[in-house]
Design a protein. Sequence first.
Length: 190
Amino acid sequence: MTIKLTTPAAVAAALAGLLATSSAHAADYVQAPGSGSILVFATKYDGETFTGNFPGFQTQVSFDPANPAAGKLDVTIPLAGAKSGNSDRDSTLQGADFFNVGKFAQARYTANGFRALGNNQFVADGTLELRGVSKPVTLTFSWAPGAQPVLTGKATVKRLDFGVGSGDWADTKTIPDETAISTIVKLNAK
């Protein structure tokens, strides 16, 4: 079947249709280097809240807000670089009772397919691999489109599910089981 485009309106309509079709595909993004992207954690020790971060984490995203079910997320987190602002605590985090970085150098979060919540909010039902254990972790995030899109997300990780804080550290009165995770990732098109 041949379609004749004899008027400017017909040409414009055909182009609009092509553009609408092409925009339905997910775009691929990588974390922008030196962008100030952050991945932080917050928990308590003996009732006192402390925070830390994972410098050097890397993110790849494939996403189209119009088709979140086709989205993909892959985050690699080097554990040896975890910083909490306290050198004693940081060395404890790297040890065998916590991250055991000698055996498990990194963690990885992956998700395939997102759900839309409305108001530019989405959910990734992904999997966190930490200390050789893989468990489901839900990330709720917002998406700010643009030349350099920004993904802003939050999750809760149950540390004991992954064996983080074993031995004497397993007492949830000293350190709660739930750790809050927050991230802001600035992205570039791949």
